[in-house]
Design a binder for this molecule. Sequence first.
Ligand SMILES: [Zn+2]
Length: 216
Amino acid sequence: MVKISKSEIPQGIVIKTEEDYRSEQVLLILQQDFLDKCYICEEKSPTSINVEHFHSCKNHKHLKYDWENLFFACAHCNRIKGSCYDHIIDCTKEDPEKYIILKFNSYPESYVKILERLNGAENGETRELLDKIYNGAGTPISACEAKNLKKRISRELKNFMECVENYHNENDLKLRTVYWENIKKMLSRESNFAGFKRSVVLQSEKLMQSFGELIK
Ligand SMILES: [Zn+2]
């Protein structure tokens, strides 16, 4: 999860029905605000999109059509979150990276650990939810989806580490600049699974020295 800047509800948009909050206009703004990523798993351009209620409709009926409560998520994350996780870190108000750090283990089996960086009231629910998102929520479908998600995260991390290695091994200044620019893009909040790559940097003294300025 990374910090998102959500815009004010644009003038002229009225959300009073289910059709309204799933309208093309609303979707386009949410897609843009959320950097075209599911705010929970951080997959870029997800194929299944849901307009997610940050505070679930079941527990907060009055927020069903509230603009501030509408988030951009994929179906996998929306389904697992349901009405069970109403108190996770709000990435439109707080920077989740201050509190949570992700660790991708690929051996002996791919597994995502969600570690605490700074104590926060919403950390418990956030970590529990993310654990289910990345490692499965106890059903065969969620396990299968989580496995596929981890394959994509693993690919992204591999590309990133290759680029980092190339950068460190390169003596040609021009090529080094190309790698640097590439790493900068890969570490930007809008990139695919940015939180994972940024966490890799955060957890390494050497990488912090080289790229710390890119994750501020
Ligand atoms: Zn997702």
